[in-house]
Design a protein around this ligand. Structure first.
Ligand SMILES: NC(=O)C1=CN([C@@H]2O[C@H](COP(=O)(O)OP(=O)(O)OC[C@H]3O[C@@H](n4cnc5c(N)ncnc54)[C@H](OP(=O)(O)O)[C@@H]3O)[C@@H](O)[C@H]2O)[C@@H](O)CC1
Ligand SMILES: Nc1ncnc2c1ncn2[C@@H]1O[C@H](COP(=O)(O)OP(=O)(O)O)[C@@H](O)[C@H]1O
Ligand SMILES: [K+]
Length: 511
């Protein structure tokens, strides 16, 4: 699903109005009836106090229409107009009048008015600011937002939490609505997925308000949200007359004394995702444990007992996953540098492999094109330098990716894959995956997918999604705390099956 900017959403809006020859007010009515249906289908007339805070732009206009519909259906509502400017939008004014015609009389809140009383049992609708927020909310608005956040009530935000800008981090983190649920129009917003801005969104859902499909499909976006529909077409079915040679020979290079487990996890994940053959290259000390733990994996050892010091390969791997548990030893760094120079195959570079690159930036030019780098935030900072916001981080990563022609996975709660100017935002995964070794599993999975012939960028998009899905399946039975890296590997098979599972509704229809 594409992620559009505010500007593009306004364009889609205009294009819809023109093409369908409707008024903007009709589009607002359409959007708000979706909001109403959502609320009504859940409350089914339950008598609960619904308090609506509406701004004076179109987000507030949506709130006005929703208030009218709720009132017409017998809900108990209290409407506040948050009067932050004299520049009221036409559709807001129109719907304010309609609300009054329906005999609902909103109270106006401004700087000099006391904060309204709120109860934890209220349902609050937040329609103060939408995607039009373009400067810091005034201090009194900030206080109102803090007051709403302190109410402990369920807060339903219209389109986006008020106070959250579309293209930057908030000016004051405490002046943003903490939403329980966001009903967002037509398309998800990038800020829902970034660490510093996603924290205001507990859950979100897209409401289809029928914006011009042609505009939406022909317009290129900087970011795309990766869900099952995006991932399924990337899947490469296994062929009946295939053999292990069809699915590539992966090499996993890593490990040092005390960190052989990382190679074990990566090699196991590489096999479990479907690589035909897997060889691990480790310091001598890793030999016995690896051979015992995973009999399917072949093991080559370095001449050094505890560290990788010189990588000699008796075969040509399809792809190399390198860096996990490797350490920052000088000999290891020079062996890694020599490996980069001698191999043309794509690599998946992780952990200390990335740190060696940061410490020796002259090596970056030798990284094979279309390799995949999988940094967590600290490793990314060492590679690209500090950033002052999540947005700058994305820009710097795009520049880095373009400069070296590599894909970069910014790992985290919503891992984002950057390739040149484009970002792919992953939707799977859970906090149970914040555990030792889960990144090693990802490295193995991406390596194993490239081995099977997935082009590196597709392998990365597919693999990051599958990794998160395997983690979700692990957490669904174990809970977050007990989910550990090896359990993610155990669920790779189920994750593949899950990709093809029919939604329950269809399954019932088929019966
Ligand atoms: N296509 C769609 O998806 C549809 C979208 N719809 C809805 O429209 C919403 C966008 O509406 P919107 O453009 O009127 O902007 P909104 O967020 O209500 O702000 C109002 C105005 O406030 C101003 N302003 C900004 N910052 C400020 C500040 N700190 N303090 C004070 N003032 C400030 C700024 O005006 P300015 O003063 O800069 O001229 C801004 O224009 C969208 O989120 C959705 O709910 C649906 O109705 C139909 C289909
Ligand atoms: N809160 C979270 N939600 C979803 N995925 C997460 C979360 N925390 C971590 N992950 C995923 O787990 C992996 C952690 O990688 P990394 O930090 O390199 O771990 P390690 O170095 O221990 O192997 C990444 O793929 C990341 O996206
Ligand atoms: K809002």
């Amino acid at each position: 699903m594409k992620i559009f900017s505010a500007q593009q959403i306004y364009e889609a809006d205009k294009s819809t109005i023109k093409k369908e020859q409707i008024t903007s007010e009709a589009l607002m009515e359409r959007a708000a009836s979706q909001l109403f249906e959502w609320v009504h289908s859940r409350l089914r007339g339950t008598q609960v106090n619904i308090v609506l805070f509406c701004g004076i732009g179109n987000n507030g206009g949506d709130g006005m229409v929703l208030a009218r519909m709720l009132h017409e259906h017998g809900y108990s509502t209290k409407v506040y107009v948050v009067n932050y400017s004299d520049k009221r939008s036409e559709d807001f004014l129109l719907n304010l009048n309609r609300l009054k015609e329906a005999e609902v009389w909103p109270d106006f809140i401004n700087e000099s008015i006391e904060m309204p009383e709120l109860s934890p049992n209220d349902i609050i609708v937040d329609a103060i600011f939408g995607i039009g927020l373009n400067r810091p909310p005034a201090p009194w608005l900030g206080k109102l937002i803090q007051h709403i956040n302190a109410s402990q009530a369920f807060v339903l935000s219209v389109d986006i939490p008020s106070g959250l800008p579309m293209d930057r981090e908030p000016w004051d983190p405490s002046h943003v609505i903490q939403s329980s649920y966001v009903l967002t129009f037509q398309v998800p917003k990038l800020v829902f997925f970034l660490p510093k801005t996603g924290i205001y969104v507990n859950q979100w859902e897209v409401l289809d308000i029928g914006l011009d499909q042609e505009y939406l499909s022909k317009t290129d976006t900087d970011f795309e949200l990766i869900g099952r529909p995006e991932v399924l077409p990337l899947y490469r079915p296994r062929l009946k007359f295939s053999h292990k040679g069809t699915y590539g020979h992966s090499l996993i290079v890593g490990g040092s004394y005390g960190k052989i487990g990382a190679v074990q996890l990566a090699s196991n994940a590489c096999l479990s995702v479907g690589s035909g053959l897997v060889t691990a290259y480790v310091p001598k000390c890793g030999y016995h444990s690896l051979q015992t733990a995973i009999p399917e994996v072949m093991v080559l050892t370095d001449s050094d007992e505890e560290n990788i010091s010189q990588i000699e390969l008796p075969f040509e791997p399809t792809v190399i996953g390198v860096g996990i548990g490797i350490g920052l030893n000088e000999k290891t760094a020079s062996a890694f540098g020599a490996l980069l120079k001698s191999v043309a195959a794509s690599m998946v570079i992780d952990a200390d492999g990335l740190n060696i690159l940061s410490q020796n930036p002259e090596l970056l030019k030798d990284v094979p094109e279309l390799s995949v780098l999988t940094p967590h935030p600290k490793e990314l900072e060492r590679l690209i330098g500090k950033w002052d916001s999540d947005f700058e981080k994305l820009e710097k990563t795009k520049a880095f990716s373009s400069q070296y022609n590599v894909a970069v996975v910014i790992k985290g709660a919503h891992s984002i894959i950057i390739y040149k100017d484009k970002g792919y935002v992953n939707t799977t995964g859970n906090p149970g995956m914040a555990t030792a070794g889960s990144g090693d599993v990802l490295t193995g999975m991406l390596t194993g997918l490239i081995a099977q012939g997935y082009p590196p960028l597709e392998a990365t998009i597919f693999g990051v999604y599958l990794h998160g899905l395997a983690g979700d399946l692990a957490a669904s039975t174990l809970g977050y705390e007990a989910t550990k890296a090896s359990k993610i590997i155990e669920n790779i098979g189920s994750a593949y099956s899950e990709l093809f599972r029919q939604p329950e509704q269809n399954a019932q229809e088929n019966n």
